[in-house]
Design a protein around this ligand. Sequence first.
Ligand SMILES: [Mg+2]
Length: 397
Amino acid sequence: MGKVTLSLIKADVGSVAGHTRPHPKMMEVAKEVLKDGVKAGTINDFMVARCGDDISLIMTHEKGENNEQVHKLAWDAFSAAAEVAKKFGLYGAGQDLLSDAFSGNIRGLGPGAAEMTFEERPSEPIIALLADKTEPSAFNLPLARIYADPFTTTGLVIDSRMHEGFIFEVVDVKENKRILLKTPEELHDLLAFIGDITRYAIKRIYSKQENIGIAAVVSTEKLSLLAGKYVGKDDPVALIRLQSGLPAAGEVTQPFAFPALVSGWMRGSHWGPWLPSAMDYSNTTFYDGPPRIVALGFQVKDGKLIGIEEEPKVGEHKPVDFFADPAWDKVRHMAMEQAIYIRRHGPFMPAILPPEELEYTTLPQVRSRLADRWEDYEAAQLHSLKEEYKGEHIVHE
Ligand SMILES: [Mg+2]
């Protein structure tokens, strides 16, 4: 077995009753397109999943990352799903397909992609993290915890293959640059950057062990679309390799036991807590949220996928749905208490994002319409004092 590429490509191409979930028929037609892709030899195997209103295509092949044929296949699958959405009159039908036609690569065309290529180990366990109603830098905190915090990942202390730490690739979305930082030695430098989720996003993480290589990758397509302008409000996905010199599944899901606040939620304009959800319960029906995180586990073997299906069959896989476990009920309860609390601030900060981070705003229009009614403060004060001396505005008690 040579190198295998795992491609996770996602898009929102329409949803029932607002931004809740795609219609099952949309997932079905996407699956049919990918089945044809397997027959044509474009991909080896696949799984169609979702989180909230986003459809995720998880595919294996040997064509490497950014492959035109693979990206075209994903584009065709999303186009077919968008056709169903249009036919049913669903909300936001085709919204993430920004171009009329596919051209070379999915980057810049709307969908997001997380892709990794690796030499398959004898056992290759993977978790796909699918998020809805947030943005790629929302993964900064959990990824820092997983790969650089020994209080989350005991493996950093007790596994000799992880003891040396990891290498983080961080993207500066404003300058359109990237930097590689090593942990633990550059941990504080790393945190100085990635704590600012308006500007920095983790793109990849590598093991320092050369024979392991890539550890994790996040979809950040829209971040690099326009240098200098933040256009990254795209529901992110990530692929994470597990075990044997990499964090265990439990170390990867552990940071989500803390419902950290992330930006997105309703209209992409609020702060809200992560709500860990089973895939089938990831419909964003509480104020169009709260932001969801779904964790799906599976194996890659001989370039194909293995889940918990009775008989592994191409395109018919059932992943382990980590957050379906009732163990996460307590976290969901905590997250919902936070969600209800912060919602009560309505349109006030810190419930809403600062003006420059709002996905859209009417503030400039309101400002210009009322521009003439703003008086000079000092002059207005003086004016009202004079009026009072004339006795005209004195209130008798
Ligand atoms: Mg979405």
